[in-house]
Structures are given as C-alpha cells and as structure tokens.
Design a protein around this ligand. Sequence first.
Ligand SMILES: [Zn+2]
Length: 298
Amino acid sequence: MESARGSVTLRAVHRVIPWLIFPVTVSAVIGGATVALAADVSASLVVGLATFASVVVVVTLERVRPFRAEWNRPRGDLVTDALYLPTFLGVNALVEPVVRVVAVAVGVAISGAIGMGMWPTEWPVLAQLAVACVVVELFDYWPHRWLHEVPSLWRFHAIHHNPQRLYWLNATRSHPVEIAFRGVINVIPLALLGAGESVLALVALTNSVLGLFQHANIDFEMGPLTWIFSVGEMHRWHHSVELAEANANYGSNFLFWDVVFGTRYRDRSRPGPAAIGIQHDDLPASWWAQLGAPFRQG
Ligand SMILES: [Zn+2]
C-alpha cells in the first residue's frame, strides 16, 4: 500500500516536472539577480554569475531530458558553433558602450528640453523590467523580421538558421554584421529613455536566460506560456525548413509583438517542425568561411 502510494506520487512528480523546468529556472535566475542587485552587488558580477548558472542548468537539462537525443551529438559543427560565442560577446562589447554613451547623451538632452525624466525610475524594479522588455522586443522584432524578408539581409541571418539541430550554442550563432545591426538598434531605446543600471542588468540577464531556453534541446512544456515566451517549441517552429512555419515567431524573447502583428505560429497537432534548417543550403561549414559567405553570394 505504502509503495503503491509512493509510485503514484512519483508518477505525479514526473508529470509535473516538464511544466516546472522553464518557469522555475527563469524565476530563480531573475529573482536571485533582483535580490543581489538590491543588495548592491556589482551588476556585471550578477549578470556574469547568473548567466553562467543558467548555462550549467540548461546544458545539464539537455543531457537529462533532451527533446531530440540526436541533437546532443556534434556533427562536425561544434568548433564553428563555439567560435560564435566569443564573436557574439566581442562584437557586443565593442558596439554597446559607444551606442549607449551617444543614446544616453541624446536622452539627457531631450529630458532637459521637455523638463522631465522619460523613464519611470520610481516604479518597482520588476515593473520597470516588464516595461523594458516590451520596448526592447519591439526594437528587435522588426530588425529580425527584416533579416528574414529582405534578401540582402537574409544572407547574413541564414548563418543562424542553417544548423540542422538546435541546442544551447545556437543562441550566439550569428554573423557579426547581424550582431552589430541588432545590437545597435537594441541598445538605443532604453539608453535614450534613461533606464537605470539595475534594469539594464536585468534586461541583459533576461536576454541570456531566455536566449538559452529559446534554442535549448530540452523537452519541456509551456502551456499558456506559448502566448508570451518565444522559447522552446515556439522558437523551433521559427527554425523550420518550411518557410510558412519559419517566417513567424520573430520575437527575440517574447511573442507579444508577434501576436500584435499577426505572425505568431503554432501547430498543436505536432510537437515541432519535421526538419530544422534552411532550403537550398550552400553555406560553408567553417566559421571563417561563413563570415565571408554573405559578401560572396548573389
Ligand atoms: Zn530568425
């Protein structure tokens, strides 16, 4: 009797785990970071440690609960994928500070001219984070959509879409021109509006943890969260070989602008697209050759 009750409990725990993976991890990371920032821990230390912890959790879950076991096995792509990580960090480290200084200066001038601050600094920090996410997502939705719809831009974005498997390293696998293009546009709104350091740190962390869950090879459930977050199943559709499925779900972390602009896509009858990748894929395999590829085509 005891063991029968025990196995029922165990089955219930197994059923509920897929639903808990995403909300529990994200709440723990963002909640922990919010507490640390309120205790005056350095913003860069908080973002660095919390991002590292997120990578450890996601990589572990990919081993324990893979969505596709074969996606965990390298197919000659690991070195190329890994090289895009320092590429991503390096380009952002070069672009962000410069754009931020200019945008902050312009924002201060505008605030001075209209005689008021443009950012609700007196709001609770999580409410400021919510507003910041809505603003930043709008400023990423359209650049991302143009990357798909404008042929000369697609050449650069194709590098993000040509892999035939999705796992955590896909998050930073983008051409430097795309990283710079999106980085510049992303930094401007919050810097211009005058968002504070804690909010910027939490936005950066939200980008990191959701970016990991966006491409992670983890079998997890989202339920109604498929209306809010552009992660897991929802982003896999965006990586479909089929254009009708891929030219959708453009949100970088969230789907609210896809809902507004009518590009949210989900087929509930299937767990995900039949195949990941791009049609007519003639991209070279190495990182170095891929950097030059968009300039040679057409
Ligand atoms: Zn895309």
